[in-house]
Design a protein around this ligand. Structure first.
Ligand code: COA
Length: 258
């Protein structure tokens, strides 16, 4: 059985962490399969939005596989000393198509980091969130980089240094969740959002996301200059003609992603 399921329906890719017996904890197989899946999602022109969720009713993911931890080798991986480049979404892979995490249970450690790497997080009332790594004497690195950018430093340090779980309402209050829905409804709500996103021009969406994300690292003038250059590429697309034309003809636009 694959550790991650990948299914494409219409323009939406459904990525399901699939180790429910281990609360969808990340083991080596899951990392490897996710790498391949994100590459497929990035490069397949037919899919425009990804929805990530966890199999079973108990967890999005309970984080790194604690049972595999003792088996890990000491010291850095051989590739560490070369310039690092993330090849998984949570570790920094650049994906400009929108991504949504549907969270219906435990969302811990690396699972929380993956959800933070998504653009939107929809959580159910039975979702809970936390970075329990410090309870195990382990440091959280990518989570410590990502979480302050989403929930602010104070909230992030609470999660990262205390290690206790917070419920969906608290997660919503700190800006981690876009929406809280009844138990069992997170995936359906994420699907609705994905369908809504698919009605927008996909190149305009990707360009705007890239500018919003990349400009966090750039001086203002450089960010605007980069964005204006990308805008010209989008404006040259068929979709950029279709949108205004559909408006003039009082009909819904038919975007094609080119
Ligand atoms: N890695 C490996 N297995 C995990 C796991 C993880 N991160 N989290 C849960 N599991 C496994 C459990 O070992 C158990 O399997 P088993 O019955 O074969 O022992 C199964 O998933 C169900 O979990 P269980 O602990 O029985 O459920 P619970 O409701 O009592 O507790 C949690 C749920 C999430 C509070 C608890 O499983 C937990 O603390 N997990 C570790 C979370 C963590 O530290 N993550 C960060 C790692 S860096």
């Amino acid at each position: 059985m694959p550790a991650v399921l990948y299914e494409q329906r219409d323009r939406i890719a459904y990525i399901t962490l699939n180790r429910p017996e281990a609360l969808n904890a990340f083991n080596r197989e899951m990392h490897q399969e996710l790498r391949e899946i994100w590459q497929e999602f990035r490069t397949n022109d037919d899919v425009w939005v990804a929805v990530v969720s966890g199999a079973g009713e108990r967890a999005f993911s309970a984080g790194a596989d604690v049972k595999q931890m003792g088996e890990q080798r000491e010291g850095p991986a051989p590739s560490f000393w070369e310039t690092w480049f993330g090849d998984n979404l949570q570790q920094g892979l650049e994906v400009w198509k929108p991504t949504i995490a549907a969270i219906d249970g435990y969302c811990l450690g690396e699972g929380l980091t993956l959800s933070l790497a998504c653009d939107f997080r929809i959580g159910s009332e039975r979702a809970s969130f936390g970075y329990p790594e410090v309870n195990l004497g382990i440091a959280t690195i990518v989570g410590a980089v990502r979480s302050p950018r989403v929930v602010g430093l104070g909230n992030a340090l609470e999660l990262l240094l205390v290690g206790d779980r917070v419920d969906a309402q608290r997660a919503y209050d700190m800006g981690l969740l876009m929406r809280v829905v009844p138990a069992g409804q997170a995936l359906a709500e994420a699907e609705k959002l994905a369908q809504r996103l698919c009605r927008n021009g996909p190149l305009a969406v990707r360009c705007t996301k890239e500018v919003a994300v990349r400009s966090q690292q750039l001086p203002f003038a450089d960010a605007v200059r980069m964005g204006e250059s990308l805008r010209r590429l989008v404006n040259a697309s068929d979709d950029a003609r279709e949108g205004p034309q559909a408006f003039r003809e009082k009909r819904a636009p038919q975007f094609k992603g080119r």
